[in-house]
Design a protein around this ligand. Structure first.
Ligand code: BGC
Length: 879
């Protein structure tokens, strides 16, 4: 028998035995049969638990064998996973099965067998969409796969602020602005949890670099911290309502994050009212009594770490030394509360369920297409013209696939690593390329062009190919990973390669796949640059579609791209030991503004082929905050998508001349004009002053700007505001601001997609389009969802109320929560054609209409003609 298995089973037997010895009562009520609020149900369970049962919930095991410390994972853990916390069968409390899940269901690098799952673009890429609905859809996709694998606690929702552009984990996070990062990551968490499982916001807090992460000490003055890193967490928690928070490896203000009372109790619980539990990062605990008393509830990853601070005997010894029973009970209650609140008890997970990979790839592709940022496009070189001509594609393994970021969030693709063997092949590697080749996809989209490839290892040969071509497209890569920081540049000799190609062909396009900002010494020499981040499992298709104009680029930078290292607050290498952030809340564009530095590309920047025009801004007070109304118009001949950004300025004491105050991603039909209301949270108009905790807004004249990016203000309005003070616990709750900010769910469209919504909202809350010719709807009908679990949903789409125009569509339900699920159809070319011209659509199941929608504003048939459902790939079948 495996040693560790014996250990855990032994523990379980011991628990049963000691439970019998200490507590002869039979359980009065099983977990699933408890009633009331999560807090009441947790209390009912606690009352029935023996001390050993309580302590079981406070210690997690690593879910994968770890030979360096001779650890074998518990057999009950899910294969290759991050963690496992045993359940308590006597009471009907299930185990907690934990997986990393930043971009999909990850497998630990040390696992000999890798789980092949759908990878989204990087977290930073999703932030670059500026589209919370896409972040939600991505989270829902991850949660669906996790549930199908039997995971009920996901370690995803990563929101550390980008203070250090060389942080090797920036690709996992949401960028440099607290509002953007908090909103996007919050939406992803909500999406994950719509599957009735727990998501974890991390790494709390100020884990903003990897250098020295295990002991480094992040120092930020409290007021500044509240307005920067902590505000990003506050917003993500408010909007995503995660079941758990993961405390970080590093120290904050001299105290380890996982025993930091200020963070875990004063801020998280007292100020923000967080009702869930705090788990540690893997090996981030350094004590027993100080940690649990500071607010840590669960130590993670025993086996990867051997210290075992929350082992039952250590906790009991601590109690002998004065640790209060109430503190143990608080930790147990916190864990149980989230298990009840987020469905772990009422909707238990089961493993080995089928996954609809084709549907999930459509979600990933939609995310990637909206994330790619067109940084530069001189002379409208892009989109690539259709028709003949010679195109050189160079470097970046573009013939094989697209790059992904490394470390614990690594998702292994269905299909194989397209470029195996690149160092490092073990931690923090392997380097993984997803099998979605930009070269192949370009050839599909431009069948008449002659497209040749040079791998770039011989720059002279690549330059000769470029010189002989009409256009050269160079792919530049920067690999980043957990546990390392990186140089802010392309890897290896790629800058020289770009130089050589730019010298050979004036029509050079650079496509970047990077973890975060990189320097571009060649930027002035090339007319077009595209930032594709780590674009996920369908990245090659997304890049090709943006390059050819099948999709209009609509991504915007979630972080400033500096011109040179010396523009950074700390140009030197990331520091060790005390990392004092003297710039305080002046992070990213705020630093550039305050120092009057002109970056290479500003925060919020992103071009498109069809731009919206901001006409006018008006501002009105709303509750404690403001509503900015941006009047915008589309004067182009195609649907146009843009991100409207609203910045606010408050004068003298602010950390910077302006802050992002709100944003909205909108799509307008040709000739359409619209007034878009964008709420501004009052905390973004205020300062945190430590001598008066809470959000203080001095009376005065404030400024609101409407903008395309942080560098280009289009219209502005001054507004007089009275003095106000909001408590630390303030959140938008049900104020008018909250309802104004409730974005109409799933409102999204582009040339090949359409959306529907139904006013009464009972069965179909709303809808989004997925990949080409895919119609996805969010369904809030428990009866239908229950039915769909055991039936292949088949539908008839009836156009214009005309029986003759009936088209059969096969549906899939991509995830099923208690009350909501996502229902998708692949639309056949025939259905698409009819859809394009229709004035009404009815969806029928078994002859009964359950959804009818007038399509008065349906895009023209012409706009839909380019849409063809993706051909089934060789690996598109469900598992
Ligand atoms: C990472 C966490 C991750 C955990 C479990 C740690 O090394 O910092 O983000 O969730 O491992 O894999």
């Amino acid at each position: 028998m495996r040693r560790t298995k014996a250990l855990i089973l032994g523990g379980a037997l011991m628990l049963a035995g000691s439970a019998a010895a200490q507590d002869t009562r039979e359980p009065v009520v099983f977990a699933a049969a408890t009633q009331g609020t999560p807090a009441e149900r947790a209390a009912q369970m606690l009352a029935q638990m023996s001390q050993d049962e309580k302590l079981t919930l406070l210690k997690g095991y690593f879910g994968t064998d770890f030979p360096p410390s001779k650890f074998e994972a518990p057999e009950e853990a899910r294969m290759g996973s991050a963690g496992y916390v045993p359940g308590i069968p006597r009471l009907g409390i299930p185990p907690q099965w934990q997986a990393d899940a930043g971009i999909g269901v990850a497998t630990q690098g040390g696992s000999p067998v890798k789980r092949a799952r759908t990878a989204l673009p990087s977290g930073l890429a999703t932030a670059a969409t500026w589209d919370p609905q896409l972040a939600f859809a991505g989270g829902a996709m991850i949660g669906a796969e996790a549930r199908a694998d039997g995971f009920n606690v996901l370690l995803g929702g990563s929101v550390n602020l980008m203070r250090e552009p060389r942080n090797g984990r920036n690709f996992e996070y949401g960028g440099e602005d607290p509002l953007l990062a908090g909103t996007m990551v919050g939406a992803q968490i909500a999406g994950v949890q719509s599957n009735r499982i727990i998501s974890t916001v991390k790494h709390f807090a100020v884990n903003d670099q990897e250098t020295d992460r295990g002991i480094g000490n992040s120092v930020v003055e409290e007021g500044a911290l509240r307005m920067s890193d902590l505000l990003a967490f506050e917003l993500a928690i408010e909007q995503g309502n995660p079941g758990s928070v993961m405390c970080a490896y590093n120290r904050v203000g001299g105290v380890y994050a996982c025993e930091n009372r200020f963070l875990l109790t004063d801020v998280l619980r007292s100020d923000w009212g967080f009702p869930g539990y705090v788990m540690s990062d893997w090996g981030a605990v350094h004590s027993t009594q100080p940690a649990i008393e500071a607010g840590l509830d669960q130590e993670s990853g025993f086996g990867l770490q051997r210290a075992d601070w929350f082992a039952a005997d250590k906790l009991k010894n601590a109690m002998t030394a004065g640790l209060a029973q109430a503190t143990i009970d608080r930790a147990v209650i916190s864990v149980l509360h989230s298990m009840f609140a987020h469905g772990l008890i009422d909707n238990p997970v089961t493993a080995d369920r089928a996954i609809d990979f084709a549907a999930h790839r459509a979600v990933s592709q939609a995310d990637a297409e909206a994330a790619i940022v067109l940084l530069k496009n001189e002379g409208d070189l892009l989109p690539l013209a259709g028709g003949g001509g010679r195109i050189a594609v160079i470097g970046g393994h573009a013939d094989k696939g697209v790059l992904s970021g490394g470390g614990s969030s690594q998702v292994y693709p269905e299909g194989t690593n397209a470029v195996p063997g690149i160092a490092p092949t073990s931690w923090p590697g392997p380097v993984v390329y997803y099998p979605s080749s930009p070269l192949d996809e370009l050839r599909k989209l431009l069948p008449e062009a002659t497209i040749e490839f040079a791998d770039g290892t011989d720059p002279a040969a690549a330059a000769r190919l470029a010189a002989a071509s009409d256009i050269a497209i160079v792919f530049g890569t920067q690999w980043a990973s957990e546990s390392i920081d990186v140089k802010m540049q392309l890897d290896g000799e790629q800058d020289a390669l770009v130089d050589a190609i730019a010298a050979a062909n004036k029509n050079t396009v650079v496509v970047l796949q990077t973890g975060g900002p990189v320097l571009m010494p060649w930027a002035d020499k090339v007319p077009a640059i595209l930032e594709a981040w780590y674009p996920g499992r369908m990245g090659g298709a997304a890049i090709a579609r943006v390059l050819t104009g099948a999709v209009d680029p609509s991504g915007h930078l979630p972080a400033t791209f500096p011109r040179s290292l010396d523009q950074l607050p700390y140009p030197g290498e990331p520091r060790k030991g005390d990392v004092v952030y003297d710039e305080g809340a002046t992070v990213g564009y705020k630093w550039f503004d305050r120092q009057e530095l002109e970056p290479l590309f500003p925060f919020g920047h992103g071009l498109s082929y069809n731009k919206l025009e901001i006409l006018q801004l008006s501002v009105t007070p709303a509750g404690e905050g403001l509503i900015a109304t941006v009047h915008v118009t589309n004067t182009t001949q195609r649907p146009a998508t843009d991100v409207l950004q609203v910045y606010v300025g408050g004068g003298g004491e602010w950390e910077a001349p302006k802050r992002l105050g709100g944003f909205a991603k909108v799509t307008l039909a040709p000739d359409e004009s619209r007034e878009v209301a964008i709420p501004i949270d009052p905390r973004l108009l205020a300062l945190w002053q430590t001598d008066r905790p809470g959000w203080t807004r001095p009376a005065g004249t404030y400024t609101v700007w409407a903008a395309y990016d942080a560098g280009e203000m289009i219209d502005w309005v001054p507004i007089e505001l009275s003095a106000s003070h909001l408590p630390a616990s303030w959140d938008p709750g049900d104020t008018p601001l909250a309802s104004a900010s409730a974005v109409k769910p799933w409102e999204w469209e582009s040339q090949c997609r359409w959306w529907l919504s139904r006013e009464d909202g009972r069965s179909l809350r709303a809808s989004i389009g997925g990949g080409e010719g895919v119609l996805i709807m969010t369904v809030a009908d428990p009866a239908f969802l229950a039915w769909s679990q055991s039936n292949q949903p088949r539908f008839d789409l009836v156009f214009n109320g005309d029986e003759q125009q009936r088209v059969r569509a096969e549906g899939w339900v991509s995830h099923v929560g208690n009350e909501t699920g996502m229902l998708g159809f692949e639309l056949s070319p025939e259905a698409l054609r009819r859809f394009g011209g229709a004035t009404s659509l009815e969806i029928r199941r078994e002859g009964r209409a359950f959804f009818t929608q007038p399509l008065a504003a349906t895009p023209s048939t012409a706009a839909l003609e380019g849409c063809v459902p993706p051909p089934p790939g060789p690996d598109s079948d469900s598992e």
